[in-house]
Ligand binder design. Sequence first.
Ligand code: KG4
Ligand code: ZN
Length: 400
Amino acid sequence: MRILSIETSCDETSMALVELHKDSADGQTILIHSHMTASQAMLHAQYGGVFPVVAKREHVKALTPLFTALLDESKSSIKENEWSKVENLDEKIHKVKEILYRDPELSDDLVHFIKESKLPKIDAISVTSGPGLEIALWVGITFAKALGQIFEKPVIGINHMLGHLVSPMIQANDLRKKIDFTPIPDNSLALLISGGHTELVSIEKDSFGHYKFQVIGETLDDAIGEAYDKVARLMGLLYPGGPRIAKLAEKARSKNIDPVILPRPMIHSGDYNFSYSGLKTAVMYYTKQNKIETDEQKMALALGFENAATDVILKKVKNALVDTGATSLLLGGGVSANVFLRNGLQQIANDLNIELHSPLNALTGDNALMIALATFIKTNNSILEDESGSIVADGTLSIA
Ligand code: KG4
Ligand code: ZN
């Protein structure tokens, strides 16, 4: 089964063309024909966060060039006799124009491309339908629907958080070739931490082999990544703030600088929920009352914030693992790149004698490869039903 996947939920335009190669009890081998991501992060850096209108505009610009580059790269691994020119071109151009009428630039680019090019055989197209920025999601969805008409193949909507959840099951030495995709272990819990989410999800399999997800804890206000980004902004650092704060905190640790003491909201709440807006507000007051000018002051604040943000996560994850008796922890989302947090989670995993599955660094952020893999999970590798008539962008789509 060969799948083309598209991700445009936030500030990365990403596409993957992958193929299920071998499917066995101990997992799947997946061939990656091509996987490419165009990041807009530099453009949003000045705003301190993602600016939705800019994100949408950039997805519109990036999609056809990315698709072109994706197919170019796939020429080396997909045989020549599997490529052909688009049939019934006029009818299809008409449909593409109809679907993409709101984005004439995207429509023109795509029409121009299909007139000139050969396309490979594929079996389905999948696209992130939520959660995320709705105007950004819509660009990917309409592009996927247009491709669905061109290829005459089903279009499937994928939950972005399911992508992050499966990302730690992808193992590879070289992400440009073959990857091993191990099954989600029985009795797993997932910690999904990103710019929009802080979630603890329990995973079960029903008698048909379908996964069932239940959100057992989540943030009641800001997500942890959002808190990192907002605190970075308060400190005059560029977006994305997570890696920048993490770097400062790491430096502070190596220099034995004392952290600024900050609150750990909800750490004793007795449930698995989180709250990060109070921590951000505490940092805001701190920056109003204290000078944050020298490198040492910045390092102390970054360290104080990271320690507080991480402590709450570690406490709740440990409680959830003990209470549920889960034997594996799956980690996913942009914030899972954070080394301090990963080390803390590894320590808990060692203490409780459970397995920690973390994504490869290249797959912590948003990418279409995880969306492709989530497609295999959602459809259970079976015949794919077309959803193109029903897919809508849902900014708050839940994984459960
Ligand atoms: O999953 P992701 O790429 O996009 C969303 O779906 O939101 O997550 C992006 C978030 C940003 O808030 C970014 O600051 C944060 O992940 N992030 C980090 C690190 N790397 C990225 N946060 C803490 N430490 C990091 N090393
Ligand atoms: Zn994400």
